[in-house]
Design a protein around this ligand. Structure first.
Ligand code: NAD
Ligand code: TYD
Length: 372
């Protein structure tokens, strides 16, 4: 059996692929457009591993996706591919509409074509969830898992309860609106055509291989470079943080046992104001890589103009996932953030390559002939 992962050279997708192949021999076809955010260097440890094939391409390329599906006959598609950065969506929403909405639509259509060509399972097999021990996917066992965000639910006031799966959609940024649209398409493809879908809506992730344009890696990288740490507005916006490996384990669990057509919120009950996150990063760096002048990295904090339309608070109620599927995060925020800072300290080359774009040279040299 095979898995088709899209966007598997990005932050969460690559962590998912690495985790998957660390514990499973089930091959992964990894379809990624390799935008600025897609970095095959993250997958360097899989070089020469026959269980992993990286294919450079667009989820909206119907001919390519249909060919990959027909050739590899995956039992599931896990869709990470997206434009993912809110600030970029504010300054240039076009790509977000193209990939997150039109791309997801085209992907759904390619997958629907493949899925309807699969054999129908015998009556006795119908109730079974997809399993690695099966030899070929059927219409009943196939799954399309769509990875989405808590930002589709909009912004909470200070005392509002956390987002549950029934919270209404109120996306505020071009990014969250495009993700909300994609969630609706996925829902409609299930309701109308019967496509066996699952959707996960997760809170803010952090961890290894996070592109240093997002809050936590940007603060680590800027601090070490002696640059200002730009905190938007008053820094009191609240996000709910989850270590990326815990997000990956949740996706895996939903893929294994999630109920068809259901939505599962994923979060770690870790609400923190941004300024607290930035100060925590500074404290860890003060301990692990003290500044040569003996001062704290917190001296580099610089309050800057707020983001346009900045959502004040996100919080995830993950009780459905915990109660139904028994999922729990393995990391607390304290353990996860320490691991993250340690990872960035141990991997300056990855950061350097990502920042300079030099990973593209690395890709050309190392992946020649492997990218379709
Ligand atoms: P990322 O930007 O790091 O990675 C996205 C990947 O998708 C990149 O490898 C990129 O090359 C690829 N891609 C972009 N457009 C593509 C296209 N048209 N066809 C094929 N590949 C394409 O993003 P991420 O942080 O890893 O997020 C992955 C998914 O998880 C996204 O759908 C995002 O909305 C969702 N999500 C992210 C977070 C978070 O905190 N980062 C939280 C919840 C949900
Ligand atoms: P970000 O990592 O971009 O994720 P998202 O916007 O999807 O939540 O930002 C996390 C929070 O940090 C958000 O409230 C904006 C804030 N932020 C800053 O204060 N400064 C920064 O330089 C960045 C990138 C984000």
């Amino acid at each position: 059996m095979t898995l088709l992962v899209t966007g598997g050279a990005g932050f969460i997708g690559a962590n998912f692929v690495l985790d998957w192949l660390a514990t499973s021999d089930e091959p992964v076809i990894n379809l990624d457009k390799l935008t600025y955010a897609g970095n095959p260097e993250t997958l360097a440890s899989l070089q020469g591993d026959v269980r992993h094939q990286l294919v450079q391409g667009d989820i909206g390329d119907t001919a390519l996706v249909s060919r990959l599906l027909a050739e590899h006959r995956p039992r599931a598609v896990v869709n990470f591919a997206a434009e993912s950065h809110v600030d970029r969506s504010i300054h240039g929403p076009g790509e977000f509409i193209e990939t997150n909405i039109v791309g997801t639509f085209r992907l759904l259509e390619s997958v629907r074509g493949y899925w309807s060509s699969l054999p129908v399972a015998s009556v006795s097999d119908r109730e079974q969830v997809p399993s690695r021990s099966e030899t070929a996917p059927t219409q009943e066992s196939f799954r399309f898992l769509h990875v989405s965000t808590d930002e589709v639910y909009g912004s909470l006031d200070k005392d509002d309860p956390a987002f549950s799966e029934t919270h209404r959609y109120e996306p505020n940024s071009p990014y969250s609106a495009s993700k909300a649209a994609s969630d609706h398409l996925v829902r409609a493809w299930h309701h109308t055509y019967g496509l066996p879908v699952l959707t996960t809506n997760c809170s803010n992730n952090y961890g290894p291989y996070h592109f240093p344009e997002k809050l936590i890696p940007l603060m680590i990288v800027n601090a070490l470079a002696g640059k200002p740490l730009p905190v938007y507005g008053d820094g009191m916006q609240v996000r709910d943080w989850l270590y990326v490996k815990d997000h990956c384990s949740a996706i895996r669990r939903v893929l294994e046992a999630g109920r068809l057509g259901e939505v599962y919120n994923v979060g770690g009950w870790n609400e923190k104001p941004n300024i607290e996150i930035v100060k925590t990063v500074c404290v860890l760096l003060d301990e692990l890589r003290p500044r040569s002048d003996g001062k704290s990295y917190a001296e580099q904090i610089s309050y800057v103009t707020d983001r346009q339309g900045h959502d004040r608070r996100y919080a995830i109620d993950a009780r459905k996932l915990e109660a139904e599927l028994g999922w729990k995060p393995a990391e607390t925020f304290e353990t996860g953030i320490r691991k993250t800072v340690e990872w960035y300290l141990a991997n300056p080359e990855w950061v350097l390559h990502v920042q300079s774009g030099a990973y593209r040279e690395w890709v050309n040299k190392n992946y020649t002939g492997r990218l379709a």
